[in-house]
Design a protein around this ligand. Structure first.
Ligand code: DGP
Length: 112
């Protein structure tokens, strides 16, 4: 079943897209938890969460992180938090791998 994020990739649902290439898409979170809150997702749909990733996805995962730091730089974020929620108990609600980029405010630790 197509997730919400697949529909965003296919432009069936509008999103505020900040970056796109052949492998990934980045767009602003609809429910931002910080002044800047961007999601970076792979275009392939076979990775529902980080723990489903396989060794064959190594370069894709690296690509997502490199794009994460480029997007943070483009958003003028010197400091930012990068989050991947893996599974329901960790707060994952959309089962298509995504990296949260959060910035523009201070963050506490440990996270809730
Ligand atoms: P997570 O809880 O880690 O699975 O994060 C899912 C995020 O997706 C959550 O922060 C809200 C965001 N989100 C859910 N639906 C939409 C949508 O339709 N558009 C956008 N831009 N973001 C969405």
């Amino acid at each position: 079943m197509a997730t919400l994020f697949k529909k965003i990739i296919d432009k069936e649902i509008p999103a505020s897209i900040v970056y796109e290439d052949d492998l990934c898409l980045a767009f602003r979170d609809i429910n931002p938890q910080a002044p800047v809150h961007i999601l970076v997702i792979p275009k392939i749909t076979s990775i529902d969460k980080l723990s489903s990733a396989q060794p064959q996805h190594q370069s894709l995962l690296g690509h997502l992180l490199i794009k994460t730091q480029e997007i943070a730089r483009a958003e003028n974020l010197p400091d930012y938090r990068v989050v991947i929620n893996n599974g329901e108990k960790a707060g994952q609600s959309v089962f298509h791998l995504h990296i949260h980029i959060l910035g523009g405010r201070d963050f506490s630790w440990p996270p809730g």
